[in-house]
Write a protein that binds this ligand. Sequence first.
Ligand code: ATP
Ligand code: MG
Ligand code: MG
Length: 430
Amino acid sequence: GYRKGGYHAVRPGDQFAAGRYVAQRKLGWGNFSTVWLAFDVQSQRYVALKIQKSAPEFAQAALHEIEFLSEITKRDPSNRKCIIQLIDHFKHTGPNGQHICLVFEFLGDSLLKLVQYNRYKGIGFDRVKRICKSILVGLDYLHNELGIIHSDLKLENVLLVSTIDPSKDPIRSGLKPNLEKPEGNPNGEVGLNPIEKKLKMRARRVLAKLAEKRKSVVESSRSERSLDGIDLTCKIVDFGNACWADKQFTDFIQTRQYRAPEIILGAGYSFSVDMWSFACIAFELATGEMLFTPKEGHGYSEDEDHLALMMELLGKMPKKIATMGTRSKEYFDRHGDLKRIRRLKLSSVERILVDKYKISESDAREFANFLCPLLDFAPEKRPTAAECLKHPWLQYDEDKTCEPHNNNDAQSTGNTTSGACTNIDVTDKK
Ligand code: ATP
Ligand code: MG
Ligand code: MG
């Protein structure tokens, strides 16, 4: 946390980069950094200031992120590619060391918050489609034009583009930029006697409780309201784990639930790992629940459970693929069957959408038709982002309905893959 090598403690009003940025309030945090809403005095607008932990490994990670973001921003001068733009970066020295800071355009809530505001019920297909389009535009740009694999796509790493001016939304921020320098030192406690300290701590606890209460009231009243001022385009963020397709840094990537099978098997990877994660995101937006939530069990690992869940939903993994990776022998026998999980409960994406999530047969069929090709066990068979953008499921009039156009080109993309997920050929092992 907040110690040597760790986070930099910030208070509203703190200045950065010789006074150019003034901290307003904390927006979020991750394993590597805290992120603050800041006011850019020079351009008179709000920005997001990511302040990295100071230890060398975090500094290294920040430089890595800057390398990718600089390229991404440089090649997209019109800022239309649905990827976060880097505005500036600099170093800031504080009591815990030297912190690399990244300055981004200010964005809104993450897709995870959006799903939470909707109480994990799914956000409706119109919105799912809009968001999917944005993500695909971003992925097409990353993959096709830049040769970058994001490697960690998930709900938290896609942020909505907020049209809300932070200065006009009292819930989200103060009423006007706070440009006051805070008094005292950042921890605020030094100089107080023990009794004062105790009282202050107690007051702080009470205030925190009240704030928590207010937050939960605000959040529950925001289920629909949270979409006000949001046009539902979104942007991909967090390039801390990105790599070049032709220069990879590690075999082991992605967050568990969004991880592609070839990563678990140790079979090498390319752009199509992002397409797998993208399908997981689309499913989660539509249903409010993660597509795969593997768990370790008696006698089998989380990895093996993950592979079993995939096969229950998508059919048996072709033997050639199953046995191809450097780790295949850990999970599969020589027939291409899982070693420890012998009985699979077969289903399909379409069935689950209808039976578990009560989605209409026709919506479920169209959606499954879009998703299943992306969940192909053979990475090279997964459609690219550009191909997905042409899929009938995404051809609709933005302003009116979601009726697909009869676009022949797009139709053929859909047809080649239709039925892929309903033809389950795994036999139930007795
Ligand atoms: P991780 O552990 O996920 O790698 P990290 O330390 O690299 O985290 P980010 O994921 O880049 O940090 O950012 C942390 C959080 O800060 C995000 O999940 C988001 O809530 C918020 N955030 C980041 N960038 C912005 C932005 N441009 N506008 C608004 N909020 C942002
Ligand atoms: Mg993150
Ligand atoms: Mg990161």
